[in-house]
Write a protein that binds this ligand. Structure first.
Ligand SMILES: Nc1nc2c(ncn2[C@@H]2O[C@H](COP(=O)(O)OP(=O)(O)OP(=O)(O)O)[C@@H](O)[C@H]2O)c(=O)[nH]1
Ligand SMILES: [Mg+2]
Length: 296
């Protein structure tokens, strides 16, 4: 390790659905954080660690910051999204170039006085170049002197430029994590998240927001990983919907999740899923703590 090595923390924050998790996965080159078309997919802080010969950059993916504070889980998510802002070396605020509004402005207000902020204008693949100018002008007025970097996380466009900018902001220091470690989360967590992603993508309307997943058993044998997980819903009626007619839906969720997990662990996986009910878990502090939503 040479003396000019840099190591630092970079927060990815923004409104729900702006592409924070997609960007982190693209920068790390591994799918660590789940993504979905709908908002409020990410629920916890998840570290993504990128180590090169010159630096270790520790990204913090966060839940989308939103105004809905009604339920305990929403309050938990907002805390997880903002609790580390004073401690990171750089804050990347993700904006969806097609959808800049009052909610983004509130987030910009929140970080205005932070010393190091960069605005990442994401999803440029969805607009024409000249459509970007008015937004860049507006952002220049709102955040004078702050760097703006247009990217497409999905198409991996302009990510090298973003990474160069980030590297310049990292303070000198020795690495905090071994150079082959990609995240702070254990495999059980990632597996539960993969299952939750399939539920998020397959179920309609509000149901995904009533679901959490818990991995109960995770055992690696010679040529097989045996996993058993519970899908927790809030009402009995929801249980039937998750399982589907003749168990068809649960089977599909299981086989899609299994395929992803097999790719991740590079081994055969035996995945058992159970659907269970815990009334109103998402608005109950004790249930939240039991399911791992405790203060970060
Ligand atoms: N067209 C396009 N879509 C993108 C881009 N980046 C992300 N998306 C899509 O936007 C949706 C949301 O992406 P996520 O990465 O889950 O967004 P997020 O900000 O992590 O969302 P929350 O965790 O809910 O706050 C997904 O459907 C992504 O595929 C992009 O550069 N271009
Ligand atoms: Mg996310």
């Amino acid at each position: 390790m040479n003396e000019s090595f840099a190591c630092g923390y970079v927060a990815l924050i923004g409104k729900p659905n702006t592409g924070k998790s997609t960007l982190m996965n693209a920068l790390i080159g591994e799918k660590l954080s789940i993504t979905a078309h709908r908002p409020q997919t990410t629920r916890h802080q998840i570290l993504g660690i990128k180590t090169s010969e010159r630096y270790q950059c520790i990204f913090v993916d966060t839940p989308g910051i939103h105004q809905d504070q009604k339920k305990a889980i929403n309050r938990y998510m907002n805390r997880a999204a903002t609790s580390m802002l004073d401690d990171v070396d750089l804050i990347c605020v993700l904006l969806d170039v097609r959808d800049f509004n009052r909610d983004d402005e509130q987030i910009l207000d929140m970080v205005k006085h932070q010393p190091r902020v960069v605005l990442v204008l994401n999803k440029i693949d969805r607009i024409q170049k000249n459509e970007l100018l008015p937004l860049m002008q507006r952002l220049g007025e709102l955040m004078p002197g702050v760097d703006l970097i247009p990217v497409s996380a999905l198409k991996q466009d302009n990510l090298e430029q973003l990474m160069q900018h980030i590297e310049q902001q990292l303070p000198p220091g020795i690495p905090h994590y071994p150079d082959d470690q990609l995240t702070d989360k254990p495999m059980r967590f990632i597996v539960a998240e993969i299952i939750r992603e399939k539920l998020f993508r397959m179920l309609t309307q509000e149901l995904p927001y009533s679901i959490t997943v818990n991995v109960e058993h995770y055992k690696t044998e010679a040529d097989l990983v045996k996993i058993s997980a519970s899908i927790w819903v809030e009402r009995k009626s929801q249980k039937g919907i998750v399982i589907g007619k003749g168990g068809k839906q649960l089977k599909k969720i299981g086989s899609e999740a299994r395929r992803d997990i097999e790719r991740l662990v590079d081994n055969k996986v035996f995945l058992q899923l159970w659907v269970k009910v815990r009334e109103d878990w998402s608005d109950d502090e004790r249930s939240l703590a039991a399911f791992g939503y405790s203060s970060e």
